[in-house]
Design a protein around this ligand. Structure first.
Ligand code: PAF
Length: 279
């Protein structure tokens, strides 16, 4: 039975009893609308921890677009049923006031790795992410936290923050889970029209083709430009970015001299798809 907890005071008590028995606590931070990608994180958390907390909090601070916040899918009853089936111990689902009470005045800003890509197109996004993740780590007192590589840059930002602020938690990145046709699972995918849903996997297909070409020695800039043009011609909307970056620091690179990733963000209808793959 998954216990639903809404206040940090109650959560603290629960976690304290676990810790007194020497248990390792794992946390999976989410914004709900759970899909198989989240559940794969939960399964990994269950393997690597004695007790698992899943947090569901649609964090207003990380949405730079009011419309996106309002339209963000929410279905706590369905999420809870999924978590029960996975044997999750606690669903921590605080309200906005619990996380940001009156007088809240602190922002965690990670410079460098948070600045390009998502940081450039979604001003304030990573401050919102870093601040809430730091709070969730404090509230849950977990020893391990599980994040999906679908949000590759988010993982790098959280890792940087944890190292810089000596937060006693281990970050475990877990592979992106894809639909059979290659589309990366995302809570926002339910907002794609049937036509756009059919088109969406083309992004991953073109990214894979570009990665293969770059690995085989094709010039980086021309290859990415060709991929952008092909995806545009297929019917996608505006590009935010399609870049080759160093995997850890996310520096722009034009040669494969270190582990690298292609990262992309492109609009399709009123949904913004993001994806990334190793090269
Ligand atoms: O990846 C997400 O769902 C969110 O950015 C997170 C990590 C739960 C913080 O709100």
């Amino acid at each position: 039975m998954t216990q639903v907890i809404r206040t940090s005071a109650e959560l603290r008590e629960k976690v304290a009893t676990w810790k007194r028995s020497g248990m390792l606590v794992g946390v999976v931070p989410t914004m709900g609308a759970l899909h198989d990608g989240h559940l794969s994180l939960v399964r990994e958390a269950r393997k690597q921890s004695d007790r698992v907390i899943v947090t569901i909090f649609v964090n207003p601070m990380q949405f730079n677009n009011k419309d996106d916040l309002e339209k963000y899918p929410r279905d706590e009853d369905h999420d809870l049923a999924l978590l029960e089936a996975e044997g999750v111990d606690v669903l921590f689902a605080p309200g906005v006031h619990e996380v940001y009470p009156d007088g809240f005045a602190t922002v965690v800003a990670v410079s460098g790795v948070s600045e390009p890509l998502e940081g450039a197109f979604r001003p304030g996004h990573f401050e919102g992410v870093a601040t809430v993740v730091m709070k969730l780590f404090g509230m849950t007192q977990a020893g391990r936290a599980f994040f999906g590589e679908k949000d590759w840059q988010q993982v790098q930002v959280v890792k940087r923050m944890v190292e810089d602020l000596n937060v006693p938690i281990r970050i475990i990145p877990c592979p992106t889970i894809r639909e059979e046709d290659g589309l990366a699972m995302s809570s926002r995918n339910v907002r794609l029209s049937p036509e756009h849903r059919a088109l969406a996997p083309r992004l991953h297909a073109e990214m894979q083709a570009a990665a293969a070409a770059i690995r085989a020695g094709a010039p980086v800039t021309a290859t990415l430009e060709a991929a952008k043009a092909a995806i545009g011609a297929a019917g996608f909307g505006a590009w935010d970015y399609l870049d080759l970056r160093s995997a850890e620091g996310l520096r722009p690179i034009t040669e494969l001299s270190e582990p690298a990733r292609i990262l992309a963000a492109v609009h399709l209808g009123d949904v913004r798809l993001i994806d990334n793959i190793a090269v």
